[in-house]
Design a protein around this ligand. Sequence first.
Ligand code: HEC
Length: 229
Amino acid sequence: MPAPEADLAKLETVVNERAMPPKLFRLVHWTTGLRTDDQRALLDWIASQRRAYATRGVAPEFANEPVQPLPDSLPTDTGKVAVGRQLFNDVRLSADNTISCASCHTLSTGGVDGKKVSSGVGGQLGLVDAPTVFNAALNDKQFRDGRAATLQEQAGGPPLNPVEMASRSWSEIIDKLKQDSSLTQQFLTVYRDGWSGANITDAIAQYETTLLTPSRFDAYLRGGQACAE
Ligand code: HEC
């Protein structure tokens, strides 16, 4: 078990700033304090512990850097991604068939709606502005206050949120989706146990897991050539 990341960061600061032992103590015991080789040994140990947290594929020389490369892709099920893409863009998730996830998370505008606060069904205003869905798969937790642990749990919020998509229940949504025979056929191919809120949110989460934006800088952090521009 490596030491917790937060503890490593605290220790690193203390070692770098030679903050221990405290100044007052050192005034009296002036031969004490970290020697340079102690400091080096501690920083090496921190770096070795940190390797356990390094992003997969990062070049060894960048493994101990705070900025880590985005992955090119994450494991997903292609069939579920295809269904999830449709559901993400499907207004039938909303009570009056006017709003989809994409209405507030428009991919062509950076995965956001560009508004100060998002507006839901009937123009109702939310309390915060929409964060992007790009790279959300890499978030430790979802929502600004971290109230959803996973993308799937997050996707369960908006459809039944009265100021967002305002549907009353999953069965209300599923009754509409079921009438779409082509979508239902695709859905049942990848979700043998049929329509359910859990499967719908799983498909959407699978799709969102593909919304990554690795750049040439990330390729560089993975050990590629330095970017020219
Ligand atoms: C009415 C606009 C609206 C709709 C519709 C909407 N969202 Fe959001 N979304 C938001 C807002 C606003 C937040 C931030 C809320 C918060 O943090 O409390 C958010 C947060 C998120 C997050 C968390 C991102 C992060 O960085 O924490 C994800 C992921 C997300 N939405 C995906 C979806 C999906 C999937 C759907 C469809 C099922 C959806 N949204 C529908 C406005 C919307």
